[in-house]
Design a protein around this ligand. Structure first.
Ligand code: SF4
Length: 363
């Protein structure tokens, strides 16, 4: 069975088989009662398909359902409440969840239409939708993506879909960070499955998707978010709700003590989705057969450097890709493939945070 300090990572672009492989290793069935009501909470913040970078890939959810049903679980629901600017029923339709529901006979629960109850989260009072509190085992399935107000969104913030619209508005007036941290004292994720296949670079509503080609799974939402922050090139102090959640006992933000278990290596040559922003950042890159996960890390790192006003100081292009294996070179190279470079950054793939820190020191 999986420990709280473990994170399983798998690379690729075949979500169904990838998640089944992780769940088989994690053996989640050993901790779920056969009669349990299992709630799957994707991120369907807006009615846009997952290729936009905004929402959870339906095939990933399909893989989870197939795994659970193969182990004899029949009491499964998918629950979500989109943001106040959209309607969940539209998102269920546009994002492919109506089809999932019919195919697997799994009901969809629109939390925007649910009743709610007020809870004391330890000094902060929060209204939470009733159905979210009824489930016995909650599978939190966020997307690894940026956010215009909180820098990034992943496991902790995905729980915001479990509160009524009136409470979502209140969260914004409270500055988001504190209520997000406290909400996770009330709505507890039993398992977190992060869709890191194609998340957005900067906005939760999509439009600038970056292929990161990975799924990762854990049991501690704070640890998952701390790890996600590193993948996107952030320092923890840039996302206050993660450390707040740690301080109030939701979990641990210490990635150095985590056991990261990679089940494979990425070997999928990049298929970067063109958007104005990604196009602009890719001008700083010289690429030869780069893997998607590696290229995605570099794009996130360049975005962080751009935010800090450092991109203009780069001299020469950054080299990345398997085509550089065995080659010597001057300048900055990304990952083990460029270890012959004078400034090669280790890792396969490296995290965006490591790329940012290296480049900050070397320009
Ligand atoms: S270091 Fe090379 S092999 Fe490893 S992920 Fe990057 S491009 Fe792929």
């Amino acid at each position: 069975m999986m420990n709280k300090n473990q994170i399983y990572v798998i690379y690729g672009n075949t979500p169904k088989t990838m998640i089944k492989e992780i769940l088989t290793k994690a053996r989640i069935e050993e901790e779920i009662d056969k009669s349990a009501l299992i709630g799957i909470k994707p991120n369907l913040v807006v009615a846009k398909p997952s290729t936009s970078g905004a929402t959870t890939t339906p095939d990933l959810v399909a893989g989870v359902i197939e795994y659970l049903q193969s182990k004899g679980y029949q009491n499964i629901i998918i629950l979500e409440g989109s943001w106040v600017g959209d309607r969940t029923f539209r998102a269920f339709s546009v994002c492919g969840y109506e089809q999932l529901s019919k195919l697997y006979n799994v009901p969809l629960v629109d939390l925007q239409r649910d009743k709610y109850t007020e809870y004391d989260a330890g000094g902060v009072r929060i209204n939470v939708c009733n159905k979210a509190m009824e489930v016995d085992y909650l599978i939190n399935m966020p997307v690894l993506k940026g956010h215009c107000q909180t820098s990034m969104t992943c496991a902790l913030k995905n729980m915001k879909g479990c509160i009524p619209d009136s409470e979502k508005r209140k969260f914004h007036t409270m500055g988001l960070h504190k209520p997000i941290a406290y909400l996770n004292r009330v709505v507890k994720s039993n398992l977190i499955i992060v869709d890191g296949l194609m998340g957005d670079l900067t906005f939760e509503e999509g439009g600038t998707p970056v292929q990161m080609n990975r799924v990762f799974v854990g049991k501690d939402p704070v640890l998952i978010d701390a790890y996600a922050a590193e993948l996107m090139g952030f320092n923890l102090n840039e996302i206050p709700y993660i450390q707040m959640a740690e301080r109030i006992g939701v979990g641990s933000a210490d990635v150095s003590k985590a056991e990261i278990i990679e089940l494979n290596k990425d070997c999928d040559v990049r298929k970067i989705t063109r958007s104005h922003k990604v196009e602009r950042l890719s001008k700083y890159i010289e690429e030869k057969d780069a893997c998607s996960a590696c290229y995605g890390s570099l794009i996130h790192a360049l975005e962080r450097l751009d935010e800090r006003g450092l991109l203009a100081r780069l001299r020469g292009k950054i080299c990345i890709g398997q085509g550089y294996k065995g080659q010597q070179g001057e300048g900055i190279g990304i990952g083990v493939c460029t270890k012959g470079f004078s400034k090669g950054i280790p890792g396969c793939p490296p995290k965006a945070k490591d790329i940012v820190e290296f480049i900050e020191k070397n320009i």
